[in-house]
Design a protein around this ligand. Structure first.
Ligand code: GRF
Length: 222
Protein backbone atom coordinates (compact mmCIF):
# COMPACT_ATOMS: atom_id res chain seq x y z
CA UNK A 1 0.00 0.00 0.00
CA UNK A 2 1.19 3.51 -0.78
CA UNK A 3 -0.39 6.93 -0.29
CA UNK A 4 0.16 7.74 -3.94
CA UNK A 5 2.98 10.17 -3.26
CA UNK A 6 5.83 7.70 -3.27
CA UNK A 7 7.91 6.97 -6.33
CA UNK A 8 6.36 3.98 -8.09
CA UNK A 9 8.01 0.72 -7.15
CA UNK A 10 8.61 -2.19 -9.46
CA UNK A 11 5.66 -3.99 -7.91
CA UNK A 12 3.02 -1.34 -8.31
CA UNK A 13 3.95 -0.29 -11.85
CA UNK A 14 4.07 -3.86 -13.10
CA UNK A 15 6.96 -2.82 -15.36
CA UNK A 16 9.73 -4.93 -13.96
CA UNK A 17 13.20 -3.47 -14.25
CA UNK A 18 15.71 -6.17 -15.00
CA UNK A 19 18.45 -6.76 -12.44
CA UNK A 20 21.83 -5.19 -13.14
CA UNK A 21 23.89 -7.46 -15.35
CA UNK A 22 27.36 -7.95 -13.89
CA UNK A 23 30.35 -9.70 -15.44
CA UNK A 24 33.33 -10.62 -13.26
CA UNK A 25 36.99 -10.88 -14.18
CA UNK A 26 39.18 -12.95 -11.92
CA UNK A 27 42.49 -14.77 -11.71
CA UNK A 28 42.25 -16.72 -8.47
CA UNK A 29 40.12 -18.04 -5.67
CA UNK A 30 36.78 -16.58 -6.59
CA UNK A 31 36.11 -15.44 -3.00
CA UNK A 32 34.86 -12.12 -4.29
CA UNK A 33 32.58 -13.88 -6.78
CA UNK A 34 31.25 -16.11 -3.99
CA UNK A 35 30.61 -13.09 -1.82
CA UNK A 36 28.68 -11.26 -4.55
CA UNK A 37 26.63 -14.36 -5.34
CA UNK A 38 25.77 -14.75 -1.65
CA UNK A 39 24.85 -11.07 -1.42
CA UNK A 40 22.59 -11.37 -4.47
CA UNK A 41 21.02 -14.58 -3.08
CA UNK A 42 20.16 -12.75 0.16
CA UNK A 43 18.35 -10.13 -1.89
CA UNK A 44 20.79 -7.38 -0.93
CA UNK A 45 21.90 -6.57 -4.47
CA UNK A 46 19.47 -6.46 -7.36
CA UNK A 47 21.87 -7.96 -9.85
CA UNK A 48 22.76 -11.06 -11.78
CA UNK A 49 26.24 -12.35 -12.60
CA UNK A 50 25.93 -13.08 -16.32
CA UNK A 51 29.45 -14.29 -17.11
CA UNK A 52 32.94 -14.73 -15.66
CA UNK A 53 36.32 -14.44 -17.35
CA UNK A 54 39.44 -15.92 -15.80
CA UNK A 55 42.95 -15.07 -16.95
CA UNK A 56 44.25 -18.24 -15.27
CA UNK A 57 43.51 -21.81 -16.32
CA UNK A 58 42.15 -23.89 -13.48
CA UNK A 59 41.41 -20.89 -11.27
CA UNK A 60 39.04 -21.88 -8.49
CA UNK A 61 36.87 -18.93 -9.50
CA UNK A 62 35.91 -20.79 -12.69
CA UNK A 63 34.69 -23.70 -10.57
CA UNK A 64 32.68 -21.30 -8.42
CA UNK A 65 31.07 -19.91 -11.58
CA UNK A 66 30.36 -23.39 -12.94
CA UNK A 67 28.77 -24.51 -9.67
CA UNK A 68 26.49 -21.46 -9.79
CA UNK A 69 25.47 -22.17 -13.40
CA UNK A 70 27.33 -19.10 -14.67
CA UNK A 71 29.16 -19.26 -17.97
CA UNK A 72 32.91 -19.05 -17.38
CA UNK A 73 35.61 -18.35 -19.95
CA UNK A 74 39.37 -18.66 -19.92
CA UNK A 75 41.20 -15.77 -21.60
CA UNK A 76 44.92 -16.25 -20.91
CA UNK A 77 47.13 -13.18 -21.25
CA UNK A 78 49.96 -15.13 -22.88
CA UNK A 79 47.75 -15.87 -25.90
CA UNK A 80 47.97 -12.20 -26.89
CA UNK A 81 50.86 -10.00 -27.86
CA UNK A 82 49.75 -6.90 -25.99
CA UNK A 83 47.59 -5.73 -23.09
CA UNK A 84 45.35 -4.03 -25.64
CA UNK A 85 44.80 -7.22 -27.67
CA UNK A 86 44.16 -9.20 -24.49
CA UNK A 87 41.69 -6.57 -23.27
CA UNK A 88 39.83 -6.59 -26.59
CA UNK A 89 39.50 -10.38 -26.32
CA UNK A 90 38.07 -10.02 -22.81
CA UNK A 91 35.45 -7.48 -23.97
CA UNK A 92 34.59 -9.53 -27.06
CA UNK A 93 34.09 -12.60 -24.87
CA UNK A 94 31.74 -10.79 -22.53
CA UNK A 95 29.74 -8.70 -25.01
CA UNK A 96 27.26 -11.47 -25.99
CA UNK A 97 26.18 -11.49 -22.31
CA UNK A 98 25.41 -7.75 -22.47
CA UNK A 99 26.86 -6.82 -19.09
CA UNK A 100 26.07 -3.36 -17.74
CA UNK A 101 29.10 -3.34 -15.50
CA UNK A 102 32.38 -5.26 -15.33
CA UNK A 103 33.83 -6.04 -11.91
CA UNK A 104 37.44 -6.96 -11.31
CA UNK A 105 37.46 -9.56 -8.57
CA UNK A 106 41.02 -10.59 -7.87
CA UNK A 107 42.00 -9.98 -11.51
CA UNK A 108 45.77 -9.78 -11.87
CA UNK A 109 46.16 -8.58 -15.44
CA UNK A 110 46.30 -5.13 -16.92
CA UNK A 111 43.11 -4.12 -18.68
CA UNK A 112 43.21 -1.40 -21.30
CA UNK A 113 39.99 0.63 -21.12
CA UNK A 114 38.72 1.90 -24.47
CA UNK A 115 36.20 4.78 -24.57
CA UNK A 116 33.22 2.40 -24.88
CA UNK A 117 34.05 0.88 -21.47
CA UNK A 118 35.02 4.04 -19.60
CA UNK A 119 33.09 4.25 -16.35
CA UNK A 120 31.78 0.70 -16.76
CA UNK A 121 34.49 -1.18 -14.86
CA UNK A 122 35.10 -1.28 -11.10
CA UNK A 123 37.94 -2.85 -9.12
CA UNK A 124 38.45 -3.58 -5.45
CA UNK A 125 41.95 -3.12 -4.06
CA UNK A 126 42.95 -4.20 -0.52
CA UNK A 127 44.49 -0.88 0.55
CA UNK A 128 43.44 2.73 1.02
CA UNK A 129 43.71 4.58 -2.27
CA UNK A 130 44.98 7.00 -3.28
CA UNK A 131 47.20 7.58 -0.23
CA UNK A 132 48.76 4.09 -0.20
CA UNK A 133 49.08 3.93 -3.99
CA UNK A 134 52.82 4.67 -4.10
CA UNK A 135 53.77 1.55 -2.14
CA UNK A 136 50.69 -0.70 -1.98
CA UNK A 137 49.14 -0.60 -5.46
CA UNK A 138 50.11 -1.16 -9.06
CA UNK A 139 51.63 -4.05 -10.94
CA UNK A 140 52.77 -6.91 -8.70
CA UNK A 141 51.16 -5.40 -5.62
CA UNK A 142 48.39 -7.83 -4.85
CA UNK A 143 47.42 -10.18 -2.05
CA UNK A 144 49.80 -10.46 0.83
CA UNK A 145 52.34 -8.15 -0.87
CA UNK A 146 49.95 -5.26 -0.35
CA UNK A 147 49.60 -5.89 3.37
CA UNK A 148 53.35 -6.42 3.81
CA UNK A 149 53.91 -3.03 2.16
CA UNK A 150 51.40 -1.34 4.47
CA UNK A 151 53.16 -2.82 7.54
CA UNK A 152 56.62 -1.90 6.19
CA UNK A 153 55.42 1.67 5.73
CA UNK A 154 54.34 1.80 9.38
CA UNK A 155 50.73 2.68 8.53
CA UNK A 156 48.32 2.77 11.46
CA UNK A 157 45.26 2.28 9.27
CA UNK A 158 44.52 0.41 6.10
CA UNK A 159 41.44 -0.91 4.37
CA UNK A 160 40.03 -1.49 0.93
CA UNK A 161 39.00 0.75 -1.93
CA UNK A 162 36.50 0.23 -4.71
CA UNK A 163 37.48 2.43 -7.62
CA UNK A 164 36.64 3.04 -11.24
CA UNK A 165 39.11 1.33 -13.56
CA UNK A 166 40.80 3.64 -16.01
CA UNK A 167 44.08 3.42 -17.90
CA UNK A 168 46.21 4.22 -14.85
CA UNK A 169 46.85 1.01 -12.93
CA UNK A 170 44.97 1.01 -9.57
CA UNK A 171 44.55 4.77 -9.82
CA UNK A 172 41.00 5.43 -11.01
CA UNK A 173 38.63 7.56 -8.92
CA UNK A 174 37.47 5.89 -5.67
CA UNK A 175 33.79 5.00 -5.32
CA UNK A 176 33.79 3.82 -1.69
CA UNK A 177 36.37 2.83 0.91
CA UNK A 178 36.42 0.85 4.15
CA UNK A 179 39.01 1.71 6.79
CA UNK A 180 40.39 -0.59 9.47
CA UNK A 181 43.06 0.07 12.09
CA UNK A 182 46.43 -1.69 11.91
CA UNK A 183 47.26 -3.36 15.24
CA UNK A 184 50.82 -3.66 16.58
CA UNK A 185 50.70 -7.47 16.40
CA UNK A 186 49.37 -7.57 12.82
CA UNK A 187 51.09 -9.67 10.19
CA UNK A 188 50.38 -9.56 6.44
CA UNK A 189 48.14 -12.61 6.94
CA UNK A 190 46.08 -11.17 9.81
CA UNK A 191 45.67 -7.90 7.95
CA UNK A 192 44.64 -9.74 4.79
CA UNK A 193 41.92 -11.57 6.68
CA UNK A 194 40.51 -8.41 8.31
CA UNK A 195 40.63 -6.39 5.10
CA UNK A 196 38.87 -9.13 3.16
CA UNK A 197 36.19 -9.31 5.87
CA UNK A 198 35.61 -5.60 5.30
CA UNK A 199 35.49 -6.15 1.54
CA UNK A 200 32.49 -8.47 1.91
CA UNK A 201 30.24 -5.52 2.71
CA UNK A 202 32.23 -2.89 0.84
CA UNK A 203 32.05 -4.23 -2.71
CA UNK A 204 28.27 -4.75 -2.77
CA UNK A 205 27.75 -1.34 -1.13
CA UNK A 206 29.98 0.33 -3.72
CA UNK A 207 28.18 -1.41 -6.58
CA UNK A 208 24.80 -0.29 -5.22
CA UNK A 209 26.06 3.26 -4.87
CA UNK A 210 27.62 3.32 -8.33
CA UNK A 211 24.70 1.89 -10.29
CA UNK A 212 22.25 4.11 -8.42
CA UNK A 213 24.30 7.14 -9.45
CA UNK A 214 24.68 5.90 -13.03
CA UNK A 215 21.37 4.65 -14.40
CA UNK A 216 22.68 5.35 -17.91
CA UNK A 217 24.87 2.24 -17.60
CA UNK A 218 21.84 0.23 -18.66
CA UNK A 219 22.10 1.91 -22.08
CA UNK A 220 24.03 0.85 -25.12
CA UNK A 221 27.78 1.20 -25.34
CA UNK A 222 27.31 2.87 -28.70
C1 GRF B 1 40.91 -9.07 -2.66
O1 GRF B 1 41.87 -8.82 -1.69
C2 GRF B 1 40.72 -7.87 -3.53
O2 GRF B 1 40.94 -6.69 -2.83
C3 GRF B 1 41.74 -8.08 -4.59
O3 GRF B 1 41.73 -9.47 -4.82
C4 GRF B 1 41.36 -10.12 -3.62
C5 GRF B 1 40.30 -11.11 -3.88
O4 GRF B 1 40.74 -12.10 -4.74
N1 GRF B 1 41.44 -7.32 -5.75
P1 GRF B 1 40.05 -13.52 -4.67
O5 GRF B 1 38.56 -13.32 -4.86
O6 GRF B 1 40.37 -14.11 -3.34
O7 GRF B 1 40.69 -14.28 -5.81
Amino acid sequence: MTDGNEAPSRLDTGSKVDPWRLALLLSGTGRTLENLLATIARGELDARVVAVVSSVAGARGLQVADSAGIRGYLVPRRAFESDAAFSTAVYDTLMPHQPHLLLLAGFLRRLVVPPAWEGRILNIHPALLPEAAAYAAGRGRYGVHVHAAVLANGDTRTGATVHIVDNDYDAGPPVLRAEIPVAPHDTPATLAARVFAAERALYPAAIRRYVTAHPELRGDRG
